[in-house]
Design a protein around this ligand. Structure first.
Ligand code: ATP
Ligand code: MG
Length: 589
């Protein structure tokens, strides 16, 4: 079933999957339709999924662009190889997890375009549903002599752990008999011991050069309510214990994680091998494969730090359009396709590196350019008076909705005596190479007429408050002979009588440093104080009908989206999603 489309770029993970499928490594697995242990799976049918991957977020925050990389990778592999990808909430930690985060994660993965349910299967799981399994396996490990209850205090434990260069020392409780360990474990589960007084540890090797194998903790006591299991448990499994078991219960074949878990892989394998000996799992066991996490310049990809931005009031919330959370990117105007395109372009590698923010922004431009409706907006308005155009007259003008998609039709707007143009499109004394409006120069007002500048009006301080020009009645775009006018400037404009005043939010990058917090610096110190400018701008009156999340190219400016939260019928609010060109190359604005 190697149903691989030609499009996705190959990478070392795909090569591994290709090799596993070619050699039939996972062909014998059986699946009973839900996560469970081997004896139950054996009663099922051959697993219909050629491979199983999973995306396992901890519901302790909102997903960010780094998670999108993992989502696209895991769901993309399952899609391309006739497999299944599970959405699994890794909710084994009682204190930090909340339903709000569960809901937002479900919505984010869905919005990115991925599904975990079809007619046959619904692969949405919660690790907290496996608590009974985790515990049963812990008892078996104790009975088999692979785990023990350690009663050292935290200080002794630390002291005996050793360092990277020195081996650790065995705990004086390491040789407790299995029966005593079992009694203690059960007492721990019954709430008879205080937090931090006892801990269940694997019995591996205190002298291992890999610190993760120095009798790692498996279970700890926590008197904490869990968002799904309430007060039922006061024993909670450690991540390194729970994660491989979750994978094995779910028949995961390729368990993809970020590089920092490479040193944990021997523990992952040790644990699953022991549990296979105990009859809980059959071979082949899931394999952990590490890939480089995404680091994106001018932003941060850490839930904890994103949370600090929210809690410290540096942004308006998790969905602030400057945040590189999925909800933030969505509100900013990013499309699911643009994020998938970005993830495809950055690929998957085995070595950590930084990706430039410009790559994400370019993916959005590339996705929007062929589809976004064009519109006119004057962001910094200056009045232009057409002195030879009658005050009460109006000349209808039209422009295509999209220059390459004639089937999308046209939009229309009137040409009148008083217009709005961009302030930066006029110079009283133009610098060399300036081709826009200045006294004596001719320009075309896009989709309208050619005009010749005759002067300007100023206020008492000498600020230009209006520009004067005369139009050429026979120069209207699209009419015979209009081409005889040769001009170098082509300006956008709006009728002052017709334009709609709208709130426009001009977003810049949230950080002014490429690697916020690099070298141990405080990342909050790198927050860009000028990352948001709110203006009132004039837009084409047709935009009154813009729907929340509708995206436009404001010609000569960039791509904007009608804000999905604050836009009201007839009163849209627009967010700058990305400018037309990369204006950041020179070290920021
Ligand atoms: P954070 O440090 O932001 O809390 P995390 O790794 O703790 O991230 P999880 O909820 O545990 O967050 O992550 C779910 C999955 O997303 C994991 O498989 C993890 O490897 C992956 N992931 C998280 N951050 C990144 C990233 N920057 N690049 C690629 N994958 C990531
Ligand atoms: Mg985590």
């Amino acid at each position: 079933m190697t149903d691989v489309p030609a499009s996705p770029a190959s990478n070392f993970i795909r090569s591994t999957v290709d090799a596993d499928l070619a050699s039939g490594t996972y062909a014998q697995r059986r699946w009973v339709g839900r996560p469970t242990i081997a004896t139950a799976h054996r009663a099922g049918s051959p697993d219909p999924a050629a491979i199983r991957t999973r995306f396992p977020p901890e519901p302790n925050g909102y997903l960010h662009i780094g998670h999108a990389k993992s989502i696209c990778l895991n769901f993309g592999l399952a899609r391309d190889y006739g497999g299944r990808c599970h959405l699994r909430f890794d909710d084994t930690n009682p204190e930090k997890e909340e339903q709000e985060y569960v809901d937002s994660i479900i919505e984010a993965v869905h919005w990115l375009g991925f599904r975990w349910a079809d007619e046959q299967e619904d692969n949405l799981y919660f690790a907290s549903d496996y608590f009974d399994h985790f515990y049963a396996m812990a008892e078996w490990l104790v009975e088999a002599g692979h785990a023990y209850v350690d009663s050292q205090n935290a200080e002794e434990m630390r002291a005996n752990r050793g360092t990277l260069t020195e081996p650790g020392r065995d705990s004086r409780f390491r040789d407790r008999a299995p029966a005593e360990n079992l009694r203690l474990l059960r007492e721990m589960g019954d709430g008879q011991h205080a937090e931090g007084t006892q801990i269940l540890r694997a019995k591996i090797d205190m002298a291992s050069p890999n610190m993760n194998l120095r009798d790692p903790a498996l279970y700890r006591i926590r008197f904490a309510a869990h968002h799904r299991t309430g007060e039922k448990w006061c024993l909670y499994p450690m991540y390194d214990y729970a994660h491989p078991i979750e994978d094995a219960l779910e028949n995961i074949t390729h368990s993809l994680c970020t590089l920092e878990f490479q040193d944990h892989r021997p523990l992952y394998d040790w644990l699953l091998e022991r549990l296979a000996e105990g009859g809980f799992f059959d071979h082949p066991l899931p394999q952990q494969i590490e890939f480089a996490r995404l680091n994106l310049s001018y932003t941060i990809t850490s839930k904890r730090k994103l949370q600090e931005l929210v809690q410290g009031g540096h942004v308006a919330g998790w969905d602030d359009p400057r945040m590189t959370t999925i909800v933030g990117l969505r509100r900013r105007g990013y499309t699911p396709a643009s994020i998938r395109l970005f993830c495809e372009r950055i690929g998957v590698a085995k070595a950590d590196s930084w990706v430039d923010m410009g790559t994400l922004e370019q993916a959005l431009r590339d996705d929007l350019d062929p589809q976004a409706a064009r519109a006119t907006a004057v962001l910094d308005p200056l009045r232009l008076v057409i002195t030879n155009f009658p005050a009460d007259a109006s000349e209808p003008c039209t422009a295509p909705v999209h220059p390459h998609l004639p089937e999308r039709g046209t939009r229309s707007f009137p040409f009148t005596r008083e217009l709005w143009i961009e302030r930066s499109d006029f110079e009283e004394s133009p610098p060399k190479g300036f081709f826009r409006l200045f006294p004596g120069n001719q320009v075309r007002l896009r989709h309208g007429f050619v005009v010749r500048c005759t002067g300007c009006e100023k206020d008492a301080q000498g600020n230009v408050i209006a520009v004067h020009a005369e139009y050429f009645p026979d120069s209207k775009s699209g009419t015979p002979g209009a081409n005889q006018y040769k001009v170098k400037g082509n300006l956008h404009w709006l009728s002052a009588r017709d334009a709609l005043l709208a709130e426009v939010r001009l977003y810049g990058r949230l950080f002014s440093e490429e690697q916020p917090g690099a070298g141990g610096a405080e990342f909050l110190a790198a927050v860009n104080p000028d990352s948001l400018r709110v203006i009132r701008a004039y837009v084409e009156s047709g935009l009154a009908a813009a729907q929340p999340e509708e995206r436009f190219q404001f010609e000569r400016h960039g791509y904007f989206v009608a804000d999905r939260v604050d836009s009201k019928p007839g009163a849209p609010v627009f967010n700058l999603a990305v400018s037309l060109r990369d204006s950041w190359g020179g070290g920021g604005k």
